[in-house]
Design a protein around this ligand. Structure first.
Ligand code: ADP
Length: 258
């Protein structure tokens, strides 16, 4: 429990630092981009100069993408909440996931028998799935199986590397498993830190899992990680289930697929 607390305080501190820097840095970038666009729109600017300003703007744009990722991590993002069946969100993103994982990885989908009503930002949950799938693919360079399973479950005692304590209750769970290289203890304990990556230069930014962390936390959810080197990896994402989620939803019809 002490380790969990320590971990959760560490992530809180990193989140505040990253969020603060990203916010201020973003304001600086906005000034650069504002004046830059004014310059490129200036008819009097000679073409070679204009080209240089365009390079400045491109770089500023990359910087803005980076700050956006950091803000996602530190939960400073606006949420567009709607009540949906989690299975529908996953089904909707599956064709994109298939594209992400490529031909050597097989996607296995095991939706829960009953609907899982959750109050979420669908775009953000799709982002979580995309990031998890991208990492799963990278962990299986020789191919393998990516399984996405959903279920409802009471929150169990967090196991290997919880980043947060979570509160007891019934959750909708997305379990994402791969048959890839797995993680050692060091990687497991640092995986949610922004810029932490074990991928070679240029391949990873180290922001994927911190975005996942920020989004899940913003939804009052929890993530557990089960992973050993050579044994593959399972992420379990817990999202609070809506009241009365287990029964009666089908009668109301609001969560049934069209
Ligand atoms: P990036 O993918 O850019 O490296 P992430 O934040 O998405 O950044 O992931 C951080 C690190 O966590 C990865 O570099 C990798 O070492 C580890 N990791 C994440 N997901 C998996 C996985 N499914 N299997 C093995 N390692 C993983």
């Amino acid at each position: 429990l002490e380790e969990q607390l320590r971990q959760s305080q560490k992530m809180e501190a990193i989140g505040q630092l990253a969020g603060g820097v990203a916010h201020d840095f973003n304001n600086i970038l906005m000034v650069i981009m504002g004046y830059g666009s004014m310059l490129t729109a200036d008819a009097l600017l000679a073409p070679p100069q204009k080209e240089k300003v365009e390079h400045i703007l491109e770089s500023a744009d990359k910087g803005a993408q980076l700050t956006a990722s950091l803000l996602a991590f530190s939960r400073k993002q606006v949420m567009k909440l709607e009540v949906v069946n989690l299975n529908d969100v996953i089904q909707h993103v599956e064709k994109f996931l298939t594209r992400v994982i490529g031909e050597d990885v097989q996607l296995r989908s095991v939706p829960s028998a009953s609907p899982l009503p959750v109050n979420v930002d669908c775009g953000q949950i799709e982002q979580v799935l995309m990031n998890l799938a991208t990492n799963a693919r990278d962990a299986m360079p020789k191919g393998g199986v990516l399984t996405i399973e959903t279920l409802h479950q009471a929150f169990e005692e967090p196991c290997v590397m919880p980043h947060d304590l979570g509160s007891p209750g019934v959750y909708a769970v997305i379990a994402v498993s791969d048959t890839g290289v797995g993680m050692d203890e060091n990687t497991r304990s640092r995986l949610f830190e922004p810029f932490f990556t074990t991928k070679e230069q240029g391949k990873g930014t180290g922001l994927g899992m911190s975005i996942v962390y920020g989004i899940v936390k913003q939804h009052n959810g929890v993530i557990n990680v089960y992973s050993e080197p050579g044994q593959g990896t399972t992420f379990r994402v817990y999202l609070p289930l809506m009241e009365g989620g287990e029964s009666g939803e089908r009668e109301r019809g609001s969560f049934a697929p069209p």
